[in-house]
Design a protein around this ligand. Structure first.
Ligand code: KE4
Length: 429
């Protein structure tokens, strides 16, 4: 597969941009390759600078649930461009998207738009500390909530991929009030909260973990989180930056029937443009400036072009049978991958919730970060490279998710399964 244009671009990029990328996990370091530079994408396919085509399961790390360049989103963006691109003032579009989010997400009564999931999580933590007057924040090993100082503790995603426990530059003072516990571990959670609950401002959790690979919640884990936080007056924050509008139109909270106090959203809500949000109970959200004293701001928050893309995306997701079709395609992929692994005699675990799927080369169930870290990342790297050679574009990390979009036709899934079968036969020897 020719890659000399990507190679030349990467050589230039490394001179101008740290690591040659604008986000670490894109550097593909954990899978032993160099990043492909992308020329364009449409539907479920992505095309690199050398003209090679791939079936894309990264989907820009989650936003592209409709696939690339969905016509209704592109025309909505083109329509707004007639009005302008950014005004730094309210528009009808941000009100419309806010109202759609409030209607869709069970626990959200008010919402504030921001520009990234990091901003959403950082702001939700600040708000929780303000309304409780407490400092301690509890998160979970392997969960990633963006790169705000407070939350770069035992994080997942690129932090896990790069083996970074926290990060240089994060002052001790920023993380001394952050405690990270094992995911899905109700016993430890209960013990810690019974001891520290009355000084805890917030517990933030990915209701389906997508940054240690995919790890579904134990049902009792989410119910324990809700009951313990209610008992101790702790703000429960669901970080639904990945799961929001991904696993259900109402997110994981709709799927599992748990109502958090605050919800972080991102990725899909911007339809592929930079937009994110945090929202929740009116009694909490009204404490945000300028209605309340908790300061949070953003030059491009509620950007009209991003809002238009988000509105068009959510309108499509709201259509009946959207998630049923996505579930069927995702189940077909899971089934095919499992058959290919079995045929090759490779021990592996596949965790899936809706259209987010994680594959771990391990023979033990993966229920938390320590379980995920037992998987054979060297074998994952071989799987990644093999699939790329077969024209399948996966996330270049064991600690990320594979995303199916509505643009993946059955024939694309079948082609992926066939490619995987060939790769498993080769790496299994
Ligand atoms: P952003 O700041 O990257 O928009 O969102 C941070 C974030 C917050 N919460 C969750 C659950 C997330 O998954 C993320 C970001 N996800 C990663 C990949 N899993 C983004 C990819 C990257 O870092 O390049």
């Amino acid at each position: 597969m020719r890659r000399n244009v990507s190679e030349r671009l990467f050589a230039r990029a490394r001179q101008a941009i740290p690591g040659g990328v604008n986000s670490p996990v894109r550097a593909c370091r954990s899978v032993g390759t160099e990043p492909l530079f992308i020329q364009k994408a449409t539907g479920c396919r992505i095309f690199d600078a050398d003209g090679n085509a791939y079936i894309d399961y990264v989907g820009s790390w989650g936003p592209m649930i409709l696939g690339h360049r969905p016509p209704e989103v592109i025309s909505a963006i083109e329509g707004v461009l007639e009005r302008g691109t950014s005004f730094g003032a309210p528009t009808d579009l941000e009100v419309e998207l806010a109202e759609m989010v409030i209607e869709a997400v069970p626990s959200v009564e008010m919402v504030r738009m921001v520009n990234s999931g990091t901003e959403a999580a950082m702001s939700a933590i600040r708000l929780a500390r303000a309304v409780t007057g407490r400092d301690l924040v509890i998160k979970f090993d392997g969960c990633y909530h963006g790169h705000a100082d407070t939350l770069l503790v035992e994080a997942g995603s690129g932090v896990a991929t790069l083996g970074i426990q926290a990060s240089p530059g994060v002052a001790d003072g920023c993380v001394q009030n952050t405690l990270s516990l094992p995911y899905n571990d109700v016993k430890t959670l209960t013990e810690v909260v019974s001891e520290k609950g009355d000084t805890t401002a917030a517990i933030i959790v990915e209701p389906v973990a997508g940054n240690m690979g995919v790890v579904p919640p134990r049902p009792e884990f989410l119910t324990a989180l809700r009951s313990l936080t209610e008992k101790h007056g702790i703000v429960l924050i669901f970080d639904e930056v990945i799961t929001g509008f991904r696993v259900d139109y109402g997110g994981a909270q709709a799927l599992y029937g748990i109502r958090p106090d605050l919800t972080c959203m991102g990725k899909i809500i911007g339809g592929g443009l930079p937009a994110a949000a945090y929202g929740g109970k009116r009694e909490i959200m009204k404490e945000i400036s300028p209605e309340g004293p908790v300061y949070q701001a953003g030059t491009l928050s509620g950007n009209p072009v991003a809002m238009a893309a988000g509105i068009a995306t959510l309108k499509r997701l709201k259509q009946s049978s959207f998630y049923e079709t996505l579930e069927a395609r995702s189940a077909l992929l899971e089934k095919g991958l499992k058959q290919g692994l079995a045929k090759a005699g490779i021990p592996a675990v596949i965790n899936r919730v809706g259209s987010m799927l994680g594959l771990f080369f391990t023979d033990e169930p993966v229920l938390n970060f320590s379980g995920a870290k037992k998987s054979n990342v060297r074998l994952f790297a071989g799987y990644y490279r093999g699939m790329l050679e077969h024209g399948i574009y996966l996330a270049p990390s064991q600690y990320e998710a594979l995303f199916v979009s509505s643009a993946h036709a059955e024939s694309d899934i079948e082609a992926t399964v066939q490619a995987a079968e060939n790769v498993f036969q080769r790496i299994g020897t």
